[in-house]
Design a protein around this ligand. Structure first.
Ligand SMILES: Cc1cc2nc3c(=O)[nH]c(=O)nc-3n(C[C@H](O)[C@H](O)[C@H](O)COP(=O)(O)O)c2cc1C
Length: 339
């Protein structure tokens, strides 16, 4: 798309949250006007995973389109699939601003949005509207929990029951660092207690049970990885997404904003999240699908995710710095890598 590069440069002049809001708005407008953008998902290295066909292996990661406003436009830009959310059951505003920070010296972002979400009712309406016409690539729905919920685990079953009819796959996100207590749900006993009611909700939601993935943090100890891998090999899960943002701060970050609280994404996340992906692949063997996400900024990163065992990949922060040309580059890097 010829307009993309200047648009990305202009958007970077805005403060990060405003740039994010405007990007979603512009994509929504492009969709309403049916602008051709890139003309649809790139047809590069098509994949099949958890019963779905992906025109290319590169997805838009959760958190960009939290309220399912730009799905068709993201597919038109070339993505092979889109994951919306995280959606929380009740609408909630998230943390006070500022809550997103660019670290350009590091090719990174720190965010502490804290699950700002327009909630399930709104998401359901938008997704039902979207499904009026076929989509050219799979749509994932990523589920979160309300900060004020007195049963964080139950929020996921509620989300699954309501949104499964519109999703090609669902994601339980217990790895965002900005909701107190959430990441403790990655503990084995807590995870089983959480996933069983979600699976029951999916059974109730119709004849075609939707695949269920778990999104994990990169900040896991080897024992956590063993526990989660054990659960991933039961019928409770169809795949993993590795990984969310990190609460750690590599010592070599150069940006003066490196000390901001929140989850770090982008280039500094590439090595640690790929190492965790590799550790999961080693424990799981070749079959269980893993979506590799964290730090993809070019074709070589996409290739490295595949080499570490990714079945599909996703990106978000790289798009801020590289623009939508990254989507094609990542798909080509994945295609040309050794699996
Ligand atoms: C501003 C921002 C908001 C995010 N919000 C969510 C979210 O709501 N749910 C989620 O599962 N992941 C969220 N993420 C994490 C991304 O989906 C992804 O896992 C992470 O950023 C690593 O990929 P990247 O380095 O390509 O950005 C968010 C990331 C960013 C940068």
């Amino acid at each position: 798309m010829t307009l993309a590069e200047p648009a990305v440069r202009l958007l970077r002049l805005l403060p990060p949250e405003a740039a994010h809001r405007w990007t979603v708005r512009l994509l929504r407008g492009a969709d309403a006007l049916r602008l051709p953008l890139e003309g649809g998902p790139h047809r590069i290295a098509p994949q099949r995973a958890f019963g779905l066909d992906f025109p290319n292996p590169v997805g838009l990661a959760a958190g960009f389109d939290k309220d399912a406003e730009a799905v068709r436009a993201a597919l038109a830009l070339g993505f092979g699939f889109v994951e919306v959310g995280s959606v929380t059951p009740q609408p909630q505003p998230g943390n006070p601003r500022p809550r997103v920070f660019r670290l350009p010296e590091d090719g990174a972002v720190i965010n502490r949005y804290g699950f700002n979400s327009k909630g399930l009712d709104r998401a359901e309406r938008r997704l039902a509207g979207l499904r009026q016409r076929p989509l050219p690539g799979p749509l994932g729905v990523n589920l979160g929990a309300n900060r004020a919920s007195d049963d964080l685990a139950a929020d996921y079953a509620t989300g699954a029951r309501r949104l499964a009819p519109y999703a090609d796959y669902l994601v339980v996100n217990v790895s965002s660092p900005n909701t107190p207590g959430l990441r403790a749900l990655q503990d084995a006993a807590a995870l089983r207690g959480l996933l069983e009611p979600v699976q029951a909700a999916l059974e109730d939601s119709g004849p075609a049970r939707r695949p269920l993935l778990l999104k994990v943090a990169p900040d896991l100890e080897p024992a956590d990885i063993d526990d989660i891998a054990g659960i991933a090999q039961t019928p409770l899960l169809d795949g993993l997404i590795v990984s969310n943002t990190t609460v750690s701060r590599p010592p070599d970050l150069r940006s003066p904003l490196a000390g901001e609280a929140g989850g770090l994404s982008g280039r500094p996340l590439m090595a640690p999240s790929t190492a965790v992906l590799g550790a999961f692949r080693e424990r799981l063997g070749p079959d269980l699908p893993i979506v590799g996400v964290g730090g993809i900024a070019g074709s070589a990163d996409a290739a490295a995710k595949r080499a570490a065992g990714a079945t599909l990949i996703q990106l978000y922060t790289g798009l801020i710095y590289e623009g939508p040309a990254l989507i094609r580059a990542a798909a080509e890097g994945f295609r040309d890598a050794a699996a």
